[in-house]
Design a protein around this ligand. Sequence first.
Ligand code: ADP
Length: 182
Amino acid sequence: MSLTLWAGRVDVVSGDITRLDVDAIVNAANHSLMGGGGVDGAIYRAAGPALKRACRALRETHWPDGLPDGEVALTEGFELPARYVIHTVGPVYAKTRDKSHLLANCYRNAVALAAETGCRRIAFPAISTGVYGYPFDDAAHIVIDTLHDALAIHDLRVTLCFFSERDYQAFAEIAMRRGVAD
Ligand code: ADP
């Protein structure tokens, strides 16, 4: 099953992002860059121990106070099929004031960094919609709006990777309702 948006610029799939053979996958990381649960844990496990070392080094050299919400940081993908991991921190829904702006920044900054790095294909998980509690439908609208603008600037292809079939279906319905699905 697959859905595309905007004449194939965006692929929407259901599955495990660590399996995707793209140039970069985005990690819904936490401030510490030290790994966690959810998609973060899956990416750390699949990338192997070198990812943890790279994140520790990045934190020491660039982000001693942790990676702020909406910012992005680049590492290699190590044992992943993807060449790079772009780490970003989504807002915690219940605790953050400017959350829609910060969630949009995650997508906007990740696309820009991927383009700067020479990537042609980047894959995103559903940032903030797990443990961080962002309502799925609200996040989906932000993703659509932000990618619409970012892909007008950067020549990239994006994969939106939803872990559950239910999330895939929910996103597909919103995309069709908004008239952005092919
Ligand atoms: P956050 O803390 O930003 O909310 P989570 O990791 O808790 O991040 O959840 C974000 C989304 O990632 C959720 O929809 C979750 O189901 C999904 N997810 C978890 N594991 C994977 C995976 N291996 N591939 C893709 N998505 C995943």
